[in-house]
Write a protein that binds this ligand. Structure first.
Ligand code: UDX
Length: 471
């Protein structure tokens, strides 16, 4: 097999677009297919559509050379040896994943397939999806020897998507045929053999030619479960530390110290132990619900997942109570809000706990002045400007004359705020931090009342009383 493979990626959302440019970066020829003509036009013109580090650079490098954008899936099917399905799998009303887009793509591929092709599930899908895709192909008259269906889940995070894709902790390939497994191994060879990391201009990250990512070959069903179980486990870690943070608040302990002590145990590890206002985003809430629904359908008791969700929801109500406790009453209060995206360094607001909190506080009669470095225009579409909601050009303008300033998204740039300036513009210097961005001792020095998650409240230091000279 030649080292450059003809790959189609269907869907140009976070996973699809990042996979497409990264496959081109790894040396393959890629066709990225999307049925939205406007998206295709924008991508052809070099607009990445999403806020993601390295994406503009890679798109600029390969647009119209190693990567083509089109709406025609039939043409892409005829030209390619492997087709990655990376379309959306939204949550249905019952909590399980809506697979109608995946099915539509499979049927369309079936209509144009003439030579052996590997169909790869890249979207997060429940166990058995692989089998359903296979059945859909067969029902549409495709001979079994002309295709294989493989599961190759993606673990990238928004904000660090390109580096995560090219420097993964592991590559999981669920394949029930040797021929399909060989195709996937060939696609990922530049990473698993480390040649990519020695190419000039390679995107930097945790891997290098001596530390390459492992490729784990599994059955298709195991690969499907690995993806759901990974996201559910990470969500569980967050809900666990959130529950522990509530215990710390009740006992005046410090969750930061507790998380450090927990995370130093190599069996637990330090990551995903940051308490806050609950997890959000396009994956965790949807995937935990879908995994729970899979367990329900199989008659498996997995109530632990329901508890993970319950703690996540209650964390937001708890934060509102915190704001009320700090301000006595909420009606008519003016609150500055820093952060609207579901996490820092992204403009994504899907299932953002920050926006949910803004809505909850507005329902309590507060007025909000919000600032987010990248997510304001998207937020304006769901929370339009009104008497109760306005948007500021910067963090200081959001804090101006407010009764309290809330930090709802962990944008790293918030750490560099000029605390003196912030203090001077606020009506009352009260900061309620849902992301534990600041050191309480520093906030105390900067003369704030500083309320955070799972740590004792810090109060403004009093100016030293001048010593009375002895007479
Ligand atoms: C997640 C998974 O990490 C990734 O592997 C998968 O492919 C897609 O879903 P993403 O949604 O980009 O990625 O965000 P992530 O960084 O995992 O954060 C998810 C949510 O959890 C955010 O709201 C974040 O603020 C929150 N979080 C994360 C915490 O509250 N505490 C933590 O310690 C970590």
């Amino acid at each position: 097999m030649s080292s450059s493979i003809q790959i189609a990626v269907v869907g140009s959302g976070y996973v699809g677009l990042v996979a497409a440019v990264c496959f081109a970066e790894m040396g393959h020829q890629v066709i990225c297919v999307d049925n939205d003509q406007r998206k295709v036009d924008a991508l052809r013109a070099g607009d990445t559509l999403i806020h993601e580090e390295h994406l503009p650079e890679l798109l600029g490098r390969y647009r119209n050379t190693k990567i083509k954008f089109m709406t025609d899936l039939s043409e892409a099917t005829r030209e390619c040896n492997a087709i990655f399905i990376a379309v959306g799998t939204p949550q249905s009303e019952t909590g399980d994943a809506d697979l109608s887009y995946v099915e539509a793509v499979a049927c369309e591929i079936a209509r144009s397939l003439t030579k052996y092709t590997v169909i790869v599930e890249k979207s997060t899908v429940p166990v058995y999806t692989n089998e359903w895709i296979r059945r859909a192909m067969e029902r549409n008259g495709v001979a079994r020897h002309l295709f294989d269906v493989v599961s190759n889940p993606e673990f990238l995070r928004e904000g660090t998507a390109v580096a995560d894709f090219l420097h993964p902790d592991r590559i999981v390939v669920g394949a029930d045929s040797e021929r399909a497994a060989a195709m996937l191994s060939a696609i990922y060879k530049p990473l698993t053999e480390g040649t990519y990391y020695t190419t000039p201009g390679a995107i930097a990250g945790s891997c290098n030619e001596h530390a390459v990512p492992p490729l784990l070959l599994t059955s298709t069903k195991s690969a499907e479960i690995i993806k759901h179980a990974s996201n559910a486990f990470l969500a569980l870690k967050i809900s666990f530390i959130n529950a522990v943070s509530n215990l710390c608040e009740a006992t005046d302990a410090n969750v930061q110290q507790v998380a450090l002590g927990l995370g130093l145990d190599s069996r637990i590890g330090p990551k995903f132990l940051r308490p806050g206002i609950g997890y959000g985003g396009s994956c965790f809430p949807k995937d935990v619900a879908a995994f729970r629904s899979v367990a329900d359908q199989l008659g498996i008791d997995f109530n632990l997942l329901a508890e993970v969700e319950r703690i996540n929801v209650s964390q937001k109500a708890r934060f509102v109570r915190k704001v009320r406790a700090a301000l006595w009453t909420l009606r008519g209060k003016k609150l500055g809000v820093l952060g609207l995206a579901f996490k820092g360094e992204t403009d994504d607001i899907r299932d953002s706990p920050a926006i949910e909190l803004v809505k909850m506080l507005m329902a309590e009669g507060c007025s909000i002045v919000a600032f987010d470095p990248a997510a304001m225009s998207r937020t304006k579409e769901v929370v339009p400007e009104s008497r109760q909601m306005s948007y500021a050009d910067n963090a200081y303008a959001a804090a101006d004359d407010c009764d309290a300033l809330l930090i709802l998204t962990d944008w790293s740039e918030f750490k560099d705020l000029d605390l003196d300036r912030l203090n001077k513009v606020m009506r009352y210097p009260i900061v309620i931090d849902g992301r534990n961005m600041f050191d309480p001792a520093i906030m105390s020095e900067a003369k704030f009342t500083y309320i955070s998650i799972g740590r004792p409240t810090a109060y403004p230091v009093r100016d030293a009383v001048p010593e009375v000279a002895a007479v």
